[in-house]
Design a protein around this ligand. Sequence first.
Ligand code: ADP
Length: 272
Amino acid sequence: ERLKGPHKRNPFGEGTLTRVIAVTSGKGGVGKSTVTANLAVALAQKGLKVGLIDADVHGFSIPQLLGLAQDGEVPSPTQVGDLILPPVAHDVKTISIGMFLRQSDGSTPGAVMWRGPMLHRTLEQFLTDVFFGDLDVLLLDMPPGTGDIAISAGHLLPGAEVLVVTTPQPAASDVAIRSGLVARQVGQRVIGVVENMAAMTMPDGQVLDLFGSGGGDEVAAALSEEGEAVEVLASIPLSQALRADGDAGDPIVVSHPEDPSARAIHALADRL
Ligand code: ADP
């Protein structure tokens, strides 16, 4: 019953002073959420006031990645009147549907089986009912692909900028291009491509390009328009530490800032 219609203004709609950056991908599993969570923390480390909306309602993972889940349990946000106070992790104010869902035994998180209108209202309520206060940057971890939330985000966040995450392999880059095109169709601006799971250098110096190469450049070229080039803003290598820290709920930009993947994410934060 929490999901009643919104009664407040969307502070991130038309004319917002907050930079809104939606992070999208063509398909799941390319590291979009991992990159978004770490990018949010890296931006906060630079002194910016950062919010993060987990808009990947069906596949939410932000609470876990930011260490907000304890033994698999996600604490519920505090409610003050009709405002929801977003939990803060590593100086990032964050909200996720995973904070509200309960299983029948009362434990969190449950699962979501919602269609478009509910998804739209969820995003709308995250924007209007969650008290983020003044933010420099609001990041959105979008669901992969070109579904309902992508279209809702276009309506609710007309000024949003979009970062497209892909792996270097054609199977990911081909669908990533479509996500970028949909974002543009709903009026958002594609500001760059992030290539994740790029080649890693092994301890013996050998270079392992598990997912091939070139996907980032391919997406950037396909999304570039006359007068507005889209660039690959970061190439984040495969990293065992990035995977392990994500599983442990420790953002690698804090726990292992010297790891090549963390350096690439810090450099991305500097370029935005
Ligand atoms: P998505 O949000 O695109 O579905 P996730 O962020 O959930 O993807 O990442 C999928 C899996 O890949 C996770 O287990 C994550 O730890 C792992 N992962 C992400 N980026 C990397 C990387 N650069 N190197 C190694 N593992 C990665």
